[in-house]
Design a protein around this ligand. Structure first.
Ligand SMILES: Nc1ncnc2c1ncn2[C@@H]1O[C@H](COP(=O)(O)OP(=O)(O)O)[C@@H](O)[C@H]1O
Ligand SMILES: [Mg+2]
Length: 305
């Protein structure tokens, strides 16, 4: 694709202007004078390098969507700043090269998938032959060619998210912002969306996505930040976050019940400590649970708006 030339020339993405810069971002909502202020994001800082896939992980209400909306210039920061490719989010120019899949995308239900993409294409200034070429290309990319003539009203959640993804990249943006792209989508559909994100990455697109589906973040992201109550609690490269150098994990199948006690004895005799024993789960999930341990509000972290 023609557009890729600029990103191909970036040999060292980290030295280039970041795709997204978030510096000391704080956002406090005040729903009404009578209600308490809601600090949705508190002194949050991170950056997304060009061509990088960055994951924002956190339970509901932790400030992921708010952060994305500030980056996109849809919500004004209380303090701090955000930039997209070096342009302040407050300026219209910062949105030119950005695609967005909102948390709950709204589509006109009576339109077909094809009409929906034509509609969004036109909104992005694509017309005529260019649009006639781009729409079938997108439908093929997201695997909705056979459903293209059907009204959106009959689409499954996974199909809607894929139309949403296609809509977000109709104008070949350099940055794609995906808010919970796989929420409510079945595992097969999620896999498809994951593959599409990897494809975007392979083409040099920068991606920032939010999710509470940790395994998926683990599969697609270069780096991730865990946010909780609006604050960054942990950030790093996925391979670093998920690798505990000092520990080893053994997965044993089919041993007798006494085996566990024997292993424990063996470990202690060697002067080591058995940190955990149980059924394995993903390392990122472990990390997530540890870093938000004892901090869960009594409501179980659900939204309180
Ligand atoms: N427009 C708004 N007015 C008031 N409070 C809001 C508004 N949007 C979000 N919030 C609050 O900000 C906090 C963070 O919300 P959000 O960014 O949607 O979190 P997440 O996307 O991680 O679930 C929540 O407590 C939410 O209720
Ligand atoms: Mg959200």
């Amino acid at each position: 694709m023609e557009r890729r030339k600029s990103s191909e020339s970036l040999q060292v993405p980290n030295e280039a202007t970041p795709a997204v810069l978030v510096e000391h971002l704080t956002k406090v909502f005040q729903p009404s004078l009578s209600r308490q202020k809601v600090p949705a994001v508190v002194d949050l800082s991170f950056r997304v390098g060009q061509g990088e896939v960055y994951g924002l992980i956190g339970p509901n209400g932790s400030g992921k969507s708010t952060t994305m909306k500030v980056i996109l210039g849809l919500v004004q920061a209380t303090s701090g700043r955000t930039e997209v490719f070096g342009i302040d989010s407050g300026k219209v120019g910062s949105r030119r090269d950005v695609g967005f899949l909102p948390e709950n995308p709204y589509f006109y239900k009576h339109m077909t998938g094809r009409e929906t993409l034509e509609f969004y294409g036109k909104l992005c200034g694509i017309h005529g032959a260019q649009l006639r070429e781009r729409v079938p290309e997108l439908l093929a990319l997201v695997g909705l060619e056979s459903a293209a003539g059907r009204p959106i009203a009959g689409y499954s959640k996974g199909m809607l998210q894929r139309i949403g993804l296609a809509q977000a990249i109709v104008h070949r943006p350099r940055l794609v912002v995906l808010d919970e792209p796989t929420a409510g989508v079945d595992p097969r559909g999620s896999r498809h969306i994951r593959d599409l994100i990897l494809q975007m990455k392979a083409e040099g697109t920068s991606v920032i996505l939010s999710s509470h589906l940790l395994e998926q973040v683990q599969e697609v992201c270069d780096r991730a930040g865990i946010i909780y109550k609006g604050r960054m609690v942990l950030e790093g490269r996925l391979e670093d976050l998920t690798q505990l150098q000092q520990q080893m994990e053994y997965v044993v199948e089919g041993g007798p019940p006494e085996l566990a006690a024997e292993i424990q004895t063996l470990v202690e005799r060697a002067g080591a400590k058995l940190v955990s024993a149980g059924h394995p789960r993903t390392t990122l999930e472990k990390l997530f649970l540890e870093s938000t341990e004892d901090k869960e509000p009594a409501t179980g972290g659900t939204r309180h708006d």
